[in-house]
Design a protein around this ligand. Sequence first.
Ligand code: NAP
Length: 315
Amino acid sequence: MKFRRLGSSDLEVSEISLGSWLTYGGNIRGDQARACVEKAFEVGINFIDTANVYAHGRAEEFLGDVLKGRERGSYILATKLYFEMPGGDRGLSREQVHKQIDASLRRLQTEYVDLYQCHRYDEDTPLEETMEALSEVVRAGKARSIGFSEWSSEQIQAALDLPGVEKFVSSQPQYSLLWREPEEEVIPLCAANGISQIVWSPLAQGVLTGKYKPGQAPPEGSRAASQDSNGTMGRFFRAATLEAVQRLRPIADALGLSIAQLSLAWVLREPNVAAAIVGATRPEQVEANAAASGVTLTEGTLEAIDDALTGAVAA
Ligand SMILES: NC(=O)c1ccc[n+]([C@@H]2O[C@H](COP(=O)([O-])OP(=O)(O)OC[C@H]3O[C@@H](n4cnc5c(N)ncnc54)[C@H](OP(=O)(O)O)[C@@H]3O)[C@@H](O)[C@H]2O)c1
C-alpha cells in the first residue's frame, strides 16, 4: 500500500481507503462488515471514511465498536455532517457543528477525528459562521483537520478567502472514469491551495468492476440488485455505459488487472487525488481493490481507456 499526504495537513493516508456508505451498520451483516474492516488493516489501508448520516448514525456506531481495540494513532478516521439526522438536525450552523461533532465522537468512541468534513455546502448558514465553528472544533482538539464534499469552486474560494479560520485540507467529490466533473475547476483550484481530493464512488458504485452486463439482471447480492441500495445507480445503468465498461476488459486483462483495479489506478493517476474511497461488502473486495495502489498506467493505456469509454462518460 502506498500513502499520500492529505493536502497541507500532516496526515499520510493510504491511496485506497475504506468507505462506509450503504454498507456498515446497515445493509451488511455485522460479522461480514467487521471482516471488511479487518481485511482493510491487513492490506495496509489506514484511512476510513464515514458520516453521521450513514445508516442514521449506525455506521459510526459500528466503526466505534470495531475500532475501539486498535491503537488510535494507527488509523485515520474521517466523518462528516450536514444531512438531516433523525429528529431533524441538519446543516452547518455553529450550533449544529458543535452538536454533531460531539455526537459523532460519542458514536465513534474516540476523542477526536482526523478529518471533519462538511458533507455539502449549507446555503442557509453564513460561511463565516460555519468556518469559525469548524475552527473551534479543531482548536478544541476534536478534529485534526477539516474538509468539504461537493462544494463548487466559488464556495471553495470563498472559504479560502476568509481570514483567521482553519484551512480546508480535503475535498470529497464524486470522481471516476465515468464521472470526471471535478477535473474542470475543483481539482486545479484545490491543487493550487493545499487541498487534496479524496474521491467517492471511484468504482461508480460497482459499475466499474464490469460485473453488470448489458441486458442481464444484476448479479444476486450486488448493490444494483438491492432495492434498498440501488436508488442512485440509475445514471450508470444505460446500455451504452455498461457496454463501454466491458470494452475496458481487454485493456485490464493485458495488464493483469481487473477492471476495478484499472479504474482505481486511473483515479490515482491524478496527483491531486490523495485517496480513492472505496466501498466494500466483502473482505475479498477490499483485498482486490487495495492491489490497485502503486499501479502506474502509461499514456497509451490512458488513451485506450478513453477510446473504450467514448460516449459513456456522464460528466
Ligand atoms: N461525500 C459524499 O457525498 C459521498 C457519496 C457517496 C459515497 N461516499 C463515500 O465514498 C465511499 C465509496 O462510495 P460507494 O460505496 O458509493 O462507491 P464505490 O466504491 O464506487 O462502490 C462500492 C461498491 O461496489 C462493489 N464493489 C467494490 N469493490 C468490488 C470488487 N472488487 N468487485 C465487485 N464489486 C465490488 C460493492 O458493492 P456490492 O458488493 O454490494 O455490489 C461496494 O459496496 C462510500 O462508502 C462513502 O464513504 C461519499
